[in-house]
Ligand binder design. Structure first.
Ligand code: TYD
Length: 132
């Protein structure tokens, strides 16, 4: 399974908490793109795709949602519900996001610019690729 949960170092004191993310340091790739997902609806799922080369780190800045991660053989679920945990997802992983809490905000750091050609959005095509 090409994913892992990363503990972010927290700088905290009586004023609050701070986390710093740096490409090729605590983020294991050069950050080319940042996007965020908000105003999600609990009944609606997102994702349902894999990437050929893209690496991502996803952080639930607020609220919670569940990720289903699938390498074509095994499916595992991960809850993202803390701003000090980063979910790294590498290439070749089918992902689905569901059970969004109201107000959930996901920040995503990505290793490449957006490129629709880099997506695999058909599950059968994904399975054919990983079982090659
Ligand atoms: P989509 O891939 O459906 O989002 P999810 O990650 O939840 O599956 O993306 C929604 C729309 O946003 C789609 O039209 C593509 C566009 N988009 C960009 O233009 N740039 C980006 O960096 C991303 C992630 C999406």
């Amino acid at each position: 399974m090409n994913y892992k949960l990363i503990d972010m170092k927290v700088f905290g004191d009586e004023r609050g908490k701070l986390i710093s993310l740096e490409g090729n340091k605590n983020i294991p790739f050069e950050i080319k793109r940042v996007y965020y997902i908000f105003d999600t609806i609990p009944d609606f799922e997102r994702g349902k795709h894999a990437h050929k080369n893209l690496e991502q780190i996803i952080v639930a800045m607020d609220g919670a949602c569940q990720f289903v991660l699938d390498d074509g053989k095994t499916k595992e679920t991960v809850w993202l519900n803390r701003p000090d945990k980063g979910l790294y997802i590498g290439p070749g992983m089918w992902r689905e996001m569901r059970h969004f809490s109201y107000g959930c905000k996901l920040m995503v750091l990505a290793s490449t610019y957006y490129d629709e050609k880099e997506y695999i959005r058909d599950y059968d095509e994904f399975l054919a690729g990983v079982n090659r």
